[in-house]
Design a protein around this ligand. Structure first.
Ligand SMILES: [Zn+2]
Length: 184
């Protein structure tokens, strides 16, 4: 249950850890529910990192303390990747999170009672740390339908691990890409 925890260990390159370089790239890999490993990796994106000696292990909290601008992104799911041009630039998310959420909302407008779509949206919002919005979706769906999964989620107060893949390149009528979530 400690997966997706915003604590645990993170990898940081020596240049950022002790060399005074700013962190310019942050990536989260899948930590296989390891409660100790946050899955986050932070690098300067300037020097080469081809030697394991360049890697330092820090507590995630220490990284955020050094670089507070990362705080709002720390609960992003595995496969999240953030980059910025320099220390003064904003972080950009190299992914399709907003696109994914728009696609699910779009699908729900077309089929409000589709349980699978609703569950996808729920899990996606949940994984992005948007738990209030996720629970709103549970309420919306349960007011017009019934879902065993939702009943269990509400009972256990948890959401399973999830990853996102894009399904093809064709746009729906509203201009969103259809996306699929893979539950592991
Ligand atoms: Zn580095």
């Amino acid at each position: 249950m400690a997966n997706m925890n915003s604590s645990g260990a993170a990898i940081i390159c020596s240049h950022c850890a002790t060399g005074g370089y700013p962190i310019l790239l942050a990536e989260r890999s899948d930590s296989d529910n390891d409660p100790v490993d946050s899955g986050w990796q932070f690098i300067c994106n300037v020097e080469l990192h081809d030697d394991v000696k360049e890697a330092r292990v820090w507590a995630l909290d220490e990284v955020v303390e050094m670089e507070p601008t990362l705080k709002e992104f720390i609960n992003l799911p595995p496969s999240a990747r953030l980059a910025r041009k320099d220390k003064e630039s904003p972080w950009l998310m190299e992914d399709h999170f907003d696109e994914a959420i728009a696609a699910f909302h779009c699908a729900i407008r077309l089929a409000p009672k589709a349980e699978g779509v609703s569950l996808n949206l729920f899990h996606y919002l949940w994984r992005l740390g948007k738990k209030d919005e996720a629970l709103e979706e549970v309420k919306r769906f349960m007011s017009i339908g019934d879902s065993k999964d939702y009943r269990e989620i509400v009972k256990e107060r948890r959401a399973p691990k999830v990853t996102v893949t894009r399904q093809g390149n064709s746009l729906c009528q509203k201009g969103c890409y259809p996306l699929a979530l893979v539950f592991c």
